[in-house]
Every structure is written in structure tokens, then in C-alpha cells.
Design a protein around this ligand. Sequence first.
Ligand code: CP
Ligand code: NVA
Length: 300
Amino acid sequence: MKHFIDISNLSKERLISLLNASIQKKNRSISKEDLNKVIGLFFEKNSTRTRLSFELAINQLGSSSIFISSKDSHFGQGKESLEDTAKTFALYLDAVVMRVNNHKTLNSFSENSTIPVINGLSDLSHPCQTLAGLMTLIEEKGSLENLNLVWLGPITNVAHSWIEAHKLKLGFNLYIFCPEANLVKYQNKLQSYDLQTDLHNIVFNKIDHDILSSTDAILTDTWKSMGEEINENDLHQLDKFCVTEELFNKAKKDCIFMHCLPASRGQEVEEKVIDGPNSRIWIEAKNRLFVQQQLLKELL
Ligand code: CP
Ligand code: NVA
């Protein structure tokens, strides 16, 4: 693996071993490693967790990070080509984490880059988030075998990465409940990136209560992703897919709630769920640190 642009860059075996190594690292007392590399963080969009967890992960690897906001760079302002920017990054950096508006930027950048490029979120995918989610599930449930995961709401970048993880046949079942319009939007996005995915038996336009009653984890995301258009009608259609306390109580008793964050309490999820005893949002957010540290070690 030269770059980490999507979950599909990993084989099933490589992914499982990365997750196991991340869990082992978490369970050992933190000892600073001595990698001595320089990692750039090039961001076109806002971030709290991704920036913090990568900066800390890099620091704990005995390496240094340099943050480059697109607003302050020539490339971000359309004054320098992608090719020249990629060459320049490689003069000074050992790897670069990129958060971009358009996934094509990641594809072109990785094609032009001699240093590893890591996807820190694009409009299409958020693979680092799904790594942290998978790690959380293994910690909480012992393994991914036979788990039933339900995703509620729009098929966002995070949901796309879960679909990719599901394709690796890691043992879990994935069910996505969302309005028809959101499925169409997602299919259009896939088409714009020349991608095809079989969503048969995965995406449903209404909540299936039989599936819900055997659900081990419910996942969702903000309904207003950065850079995405959403109107009042879209929001209204999503109302039925809010993770309410009533809905959550219909899942298995030990069902956990996960969310990539940032969250809008009262919109995609009720406070009683996200701040309730079965929520694992903070564990998932913390796990970003461990999976990204392991990822960096494997790429560098
Ligand atoms: N989940 C996540 O990537 O959060 P940030 O947007 O804060 O980085
Ligand atoms: N879908 C969200 C995820 C944020 C981490 C967004 O793209 O804004």
C-alpha cells in the first residue's frame, strides 16, 4: 500500500492486522516512538478531530507535523498546479494527510506524489473514520463476526467508507435506512467518480423493524455534511431516520451508538441516545489516534 485513499486500498487481512495492532498499542502504556519523519496536513475544510488526532499521533511517533491550510497555500488559491505542489510537498515531507473538497484531488495528488497520501476526508469518503469505528466495534463486541450494523440517514462520505469495509467481507452485515432521494444522490456521486457498488440488500428506503430488533450498533452522521447542499424538503424527509430514543430502544439491549462527530443533537440523533449509556462516540473519536498511528507506521 503506497497511499491510503480508501478502505479498498487494504486487503481484508491487512485491515484486520492494522486494527489488531491498533488495539494492542492502545492497551500498552504509551511510549514515544522514534520515527523521525515530517508529515504535512493539507486541509481544504474545517476539522477538529482529524487534525488533532493526526497531530498527536505524529508527535507520539517521534515525528513532526506541519499544518497547511488551503487558504494559505498557492495550490489552494489556484495559483500553483497540483503537479508542482505535489513535487514541492515531496521535497520537505515524508507523507501528507489531505482533507479535500473533491475526491478527484486525492486521486490526482496520489498519482503525482512520490510520498504517501492519506485521505483525511473527501466529499466521497472518510476511511480513517471507518477504521476507528471498526476498532471500536472489535473492542466493544469482541469481533466483527455476525454483527448487524444499521446506518440511519444520508449516505455520506463516512457511510461510503462503511460500504467499502462491508465489501471486504469482514463478517458484519450492513443495513442502510435512508430516503430514496439520498440513495439517488449517492448513486449520482458514485457515477461522477466512475464507481459502481451493488447496494442490493444493503440500502432500504424505510426502517425495517425486524432488522432493527437484531441490531448490534446504530451509526449515523450529520445531515449537513461540509460542502453539501441540503434543503428544507431533504431535511423533512430525513426526519423519520433520526435516531430517537424510542427507535434505539427497539434494537438489541446491548446495541451501541456510534457517530463520527460533529453532531447536531435533536437533528440526526436525540440527546438521550448520543449522551446515553450505550453511546460510544468518545471511544470512537479517541480510537482515531491509534488507527492513524498504525496507518502512518505502515505507510512510512
Ligand atoms: N470525525 C471527524 O473527522 O471530525 P473532524 O471533522 O472534526 O475532523
Ligand atoms: N459527513 C461529514 C463528516 C464530518 C467528519 C462531513 O463531511 O461534513
